[in-house]
Design a protein around this ligand. Sequence first.
Ligand SMILES: Nc1nc2c(ncn2[C@@H]2O[C@H](COP(=O)(O)OP(=O)(O)OP(=O)(O)O)[C@@H](O)[C@H]2O)c(=O)[nH]1
Ligand SMILES: [Mg+2]
Length: 200
Amino acid sequence: MDAGGISDLDLEKYDADEQVKIICLGDSAVGKSKLMERFLMDGYRPQQLSTYALTLYKYTTTINGKTILVDFWDTAGQERFQSMHPSYYHKSHACIMVFDVQRKITYKNLPNWYKELREYRPEIPCLVVANKIDADMKVTQKSFNFAKKQGLPFYFVSAADGTNVVKVFKDSIQMALSYKKNSNDFMDEVMRELEVCEFE
Ligand SMILES: Nc1nc2c(ncn2[C@@H]2O[C@H](COP(=O)(O)OP(=O)(O)OP(=O)(O)O)[C@@H](O)[C@H]2O)c(=O)[nH]1
Ligand SMILES: [Mg+2]
């Protein structure tokens, strides 16, 4: 914190034209962190410990001449579904929901993640991601109907070889931006009002 009470992290926001928050959900070891790393660092380290708590990745990009600051939130999934802290969902603009094509249980758990997401964020775009297709390309012939049933965009990806990773993340940023622009989300409106008031 500096004397004015604005942290370094907050200062970045003032240089950006727009800021969005994108969260990642899914069971433990489906590859959430690896996907983030692949997109952000364009690298992939095969072995890593499970994410312990919260990792916040900051990413800046330019879209139509505007500087967009993206906060990607990554947290440790659980072996079995467990509720996330409400602050994880708070003011998020899009969600990337991941399962592992090699482990059926991680697909079966998607409705649990989705239900909780919708309790906190009824309207935000949600992208469903089938990860680890490098392990067995035949899985792309299978149908995973959860996304279709819910009317959500669906992607086959691999953090290991990079298939579709950039596409998913770029799409998520676009969707987050259009959600933020067009949202009629009542709570968002209230929060915006409160933010404005803070500076008055
Ligand atoms: N073959 C293959 N393995 C992957 C891929 N993505 C991740 N993995 C492996 O899966 C394991 C778990 O990946 P993480 O990214 O740590 O999983 P996570 O979802 O962040 O797990 P938590 O932090 O516990 O919630 C690691 O050993 C990775 O190397 C992939 O696309 N293909
Ligand atoms: Mg992780």
